[in-house]
Design a protein around this ligand. Structure first.
Ligand SMILES: Cc1cc2nc3c(=O)[nH]c(=O)nc-3n(C[C@H](O)[C@H](O)[C@H](O)COP(=O)(O)O)c2cc1C
Length: 158
């Protein structure tokens, strides 16, 4: 199979952008992730898919984490946690109940580890949600390998 073409195919699915944050040994870390999905309301579960080559992959094993849903203004945050450190960026870390979180996000969801599943060259981490918060605003969108924003909402849409 042509994996480059498959990646482009997957890229036709427009997503939001999140940063998964966690702490190990008193140090705070994050990884930019668009492979995030809601899973279950009862019990409350979510899923993130992490590349086995990422440093985050082994560190997330048995570790509480937070999913931070980025706002349209947080492209620099997305790049920073995708291996492109942004010198001008001042990170706003917040202490969560079970994991560190980022400030200025559209929503955050804190989780404790639930299950981890083999996802081929990725690991699927399911978290059980302990607390969450959201606000109104515009999300950062990832589509065909580029960041974009939502168009204006059309009056009368469902
Ligand atoms: C928009 C965007 C979405 C990404 N989504 C994922 C993802 O869902 N899973 C993943 O493992 N890596 C994803 N990445 C790549 C990681 O963020 C990147 O490899 C990161 O540097 C890994 O960090 P670490 O090795 O410090 O854990 C994404 C990158 C970008 C820019």
């Amino acid at each position: 199979m042509d994996t480059r073409a498959l990646r482009s195919c997957f890229g036709r699915f427009a997503t939001g952008v999140t940063v998964v944050t966690y702490a190990v040994g008193g140090e705070r870390y994050g990884i930019t992730v668009n492979a995030f999905t809601s899973v279950s309301l009862d019990p409350p579960l979510l899923l993130v898919s992490i590349d086995r080559r990422a440093k985050a992959c082994s560190k997330l094993e048995g570790t509480p984490f937070a999913v931070n849903i980025l706002s349209a203004e947080q492209q620099d945050v997305a790049l920073h946690f995708a291996g492109r450190p942004q010198e001008a960026l001042v990170l706003q870390w917040e202490e969560g109940e079970v994991a560190p979180r980022l400030g200025g996000v559209l929503a955050w969801i804190e989780c404790v580890p639930w299950r981890a599943y083999d996802g081929g060259d990725h690991v699927l981490y399911l978290g059980k949600i302990t607390n969450f918060h959201y606000r109104d605003g515009q999300p950062l969108i990832f589509y065909t390998g580029t960041f974009t924003h939502l168009p204006t909402v059309v009056e009368g849409s469902p």
